[in-house]
Design a protein around this ligand. Structure first.
Ligand code: SF4
Length: 208
């Protein structure tokens, strides 16, 4: 077929030029950032506390630490309305199947924060009555250190989780490993400085 010389005839190439002027992208590449952004900004925790760490979790919901700034101050009474489980405290063998049932009833995609050394490893309770790490029962995305971790450290774990959800890293890590993202964070209690992420954290590491 003869190619039309559009310049010579002074006419618009119309649909012929689409491939030169239209950004070609997969629908998934366009939608995924929006989906991840909305997931990160609408994390709803399940109403679930097991031991002393739960008191610190409740403090994070109060006016001083203001979990409401993330829209997370209402801990959901039904797991079907929640997508974040904060395992706050030691997990007894008897509680483990209940914890798993609550997790199974939560919405997908869902996330787990292991709060405190007892939830993460059994802590000082090295005995047959307690689960020696909640990752034996549910996949864990963020391990929060401390006994107990204060609200600052819990907020640090929440901000870290939200950043991973927004970047798509949390889902990608779950898909890749079949388990949780398994990120370990630092303890941040008693620090006046705000929670630091990204570039600021890099500067901190380099001592600038
Ligand atoms: S980590 Fe400490 S504060 Fe948390 S449940 Fe265990 S003993 Fe209690």
């Amino acid at each position: 077929m003869t190619e039309i010389d559009y310049k010579h005839w002074g006419i618009s190439p119309g649909i012929e030029a689409i491939r030169e002027h239209v950004l070609v992208a997969k629908l998934n590449d366009l939608v995924a950032p929006l989906v991840n952004w909305s997931r990160a900004k609408s994390v709803w925790p399940a109403q679930f506390g097991l031991a002393c760490c739960a008191l610190e979790m409740m403090a994070a919901g109060g006016a001083h630490y203001d979990l409401a700034r993330f829209g997370m101050e209402v801990f959901r009474g039904s797991p079907r309305q929640a997508d974040l489980m904060i395992v706050a405290g030691r997990v007894s063998q008897k509680m483990a199947p209940v914890l798993r049932q609550v997790y199974d009833q939560m919405m997908e995609p869902k996330w787990v924060i292991s709060m405190g050394v007892c939830a993460s490893t059994g802590g000082m309770f090295n005995n047959y009555a307690l689960v020696q790490g909640v990752d034996e029962v549910v996949p864990v995305d963020v391990y929060t250190p401390g006994c107990p971790p204060g609200p600052e450290t819990l907020l640090h774990s929440i901000v870290t989780l939200r950043a991973m959800i927004q970047s798509g890293e949390a889902v990608e890590r779950r898909q890749r490993s079949g388990s949780g993202a398994e990120v370990h964070i630092e303890q941040r209690d008693g620090q006046g400085a705000p929670v630091l992420l990204g570039a600021t954290r890099e500067r901190e590491r380099e001592g600038r």
